[in-house]
Design a protein around this ligand. Structure first.
Ligand code: ADP
Ligand code: ASP
Ligand code: MG
Length: 468
């Protein structure tokens, strides 16, 4: 049993989808129990979301334009890949109906002048629902029995509409009940990634980039032997190839390493993808749709290739918030009160660093959360500020975290020294530093303008171009 997931980079146009069809046929010949998960065509989810947001702001033109683009792109693909005329007409009618649904939803949004999370979940999931039936038909056109399945019938989630979490027991039951009969009759299910539904049937999505997570959830529901994430690069690379062109694909990574990289911004895997796989020890492999002969990266529980630092990544658009003052020294509970205040704003704290002198606590939040967080802290510490026990609560915007990842970091001395040497030698200023939560990570906070240079220097300093 295996789950194959194809991302937007793999289903960008008819030529790429033909390649996907060839991969599915090869894999299904190897293991007849193959489930396919697909995301939307490249760029489609952005198009849908931008149009819906514009509609909420009173601008109807973007969704009118999107309507034509959606019909054009999906009809083109269907025409190129599906030869049977009746099948083609049926598919195109299905596409047109979905696009009309999109138009009706955007119209309602523009009349209401508001886009709720529930509405956003419905609209942003339309791209997967447009493409998956076409991919199933393209497989049938090549003689592989395949059926479209909407993941709303398989993945049961909570009602956090735009970033939903699965109920694994309910999902296991629903997914097995729906897909096992298809597999038994030799049909490849082609499932929509990204989308799901609550137990009551309300549509949800798993968060941007979430079709990797869909594949892992479905893999776990079937205790799959493997989850394959097919994308447009040779695997998980030592760095983002758009920053470091000589970045190398890694042969193996542990779940913890992959999770750290994903969490700190490596787009190749959604950060939650590893969660369903860890308990069952299901290997996740990251493969290149356009270089299918290459083995890619295997993400597993334990790896044989040690190495201190395996890869690095950068997460942008952050702010550093500092609470400082002599009055903090030895006063118990300041940190607890700080983070309690932060929590009232629902901000996600990505990194914490406390000076050993205990005179300051600094932490990183997404830039958009900085002002409300500082406001909450000023309220929480109003007395201490008045008494000058806390000198100030400040935030610095435009910072990034560069995260250096590898299980070997915890056992290899001198990593921090090498990092600081790489920064110092190249006149880059490190604003703060912290050892990541899993100990497979060491993180530096830098000014945004220094990010790309820092990534390149660190990649060099740890000789990652020679990795694998
Ligand atoms: P898909 O549409 O297949 O899900 P994504 O765009 O979500 O693809 O992720 C693949 C992209 O992630 C690659 O094209 C690459 O540019 C980017 N990327 C960033 N960091 C890394 C990394 N460390 N390793 C591999 N790819 C990375
Ligand atoms: N299509 C969705 C998105 O763009 C899900 C995915 O690509 O994984 O976020
Ligand atoms: Mg992706």
């Amino acid at each position: 049993m295996q789950v194959l997931k194809f991302g937007g980079t793999s289903v960008g146009d008819a030529k790429a989808i033909a390649q996907v069809v060839a991969i599915v046929r090869t894999e299904a010949a190897r293991d007849p129990d193959t489930i396919v998960v697909t995301s939307a065509m490249r760029g489609v989810t952005d198009l849908l979301i931008n149009a819906a947001q514009a509609a909420a702001a009173g601008d109807r033109q973007p969704y009118r334009d999107a309507r034509l683009a959606l019909i054009g792109r999906h009809h083109d693909v269907a025409e190129a890949l599906v030869t049977d005329l009746d099948e083609l007409l049926r598919l195109q009618a299905g596409t047109d109906e979905r696009v009309r649904e999109f138009e009706r939803l955007c119209m309602a949004v523009s009349i209401l002048g508001e886009l709720t999370d529930r509405g956003l979940a419905v609209i942003s999931g339309l791209g997967e629902r447009l493409l998956a039936p076409i991919l199933a038909a393209a497989l049938r056109a090549q003689g592989t029995p395949a059926d479209f399945v909407d993941a709303a019938e398989l993945i049961v989630t909570d009602d956090n509409f735009t970033s939903a979490s699965p109920d694994m027991d309910a999902t296991r039951q629903a997914a097995r009940g729906r897909l096992l009969p298809l597999l038994k009759q030799g049909t490849v299910p082609v499932v929509t990634g990204f989308v799901a539904a609550t137990a009551a049937g309300a549509p949800t999505v798993l968060g941007r980039g979430g079709s990797d997570y869909s594949a892992a959830i479905i893999g776990a529901a079937f205790d799959a032997d493997e989850v394959q994430i097919w994308t447009d690069v040779d695997g998980v690379l030592t760095a983002d190839p758009r920053i470091v062109p000589e970045a190398q694909p890694l042969k193996e990574l542990t779940y913890a390493e992959a999770a750290e990289l994903a969490y700190f911004g490596a787009k190749v895997l959604h950060p939650k993808t590893m969660l369903p796989a860890i308990d069952l020890g299901i290997p996740i492999s990251v493969r290149n749709t356009f270089n299918p002969g290459f083995p890619g990266t295997r993400v597993v529980g334990q790896t044989s290739n040690g190495g201190s630092v395996k890869a690095l990544t950068v997460i942008r658009g952050l702010a550093l918030v500092t609470v400082a003052g002599r009055g903090m020294m030895g006063v118990p509970g300041i940190a607890a009160r700080t983070f309690a205040a932060v929590a009232t704003r629902g901000a996600n704290v990505l990194m914490i660093s406390q000076a050993s002198s205990e005179q300051s606590i600094c932490f990183i939040v997404p830039e958009g959360d900085a002002a409300p967080v500082v406001g909450a802290l000023e309220t929480a510490f109003a007395d201490e500020l008045r008494r000058r026990e806390i000198d100030g609560i400040s935030s610095v915007r435009d910072v990034v975290i560069v995260a250096v990842v590898g299980e070997g970091i915890r056992t290899t001395p001198g990593i921090a020294a090498r990092l600081f040497w790489a920064m110092g030698d190249n006149h880059l200023n490190v604003v703060a530093v912290a050892q990541g939560s899993s100990e497979a990570n060491m993180s530096l906070v830098l000014a945004a303008a220094d990010a790309d240079a820092a990534v390149r220097y660190i990649h060099d300093a740890f000789r990652l171009a020679g990795a694998r």
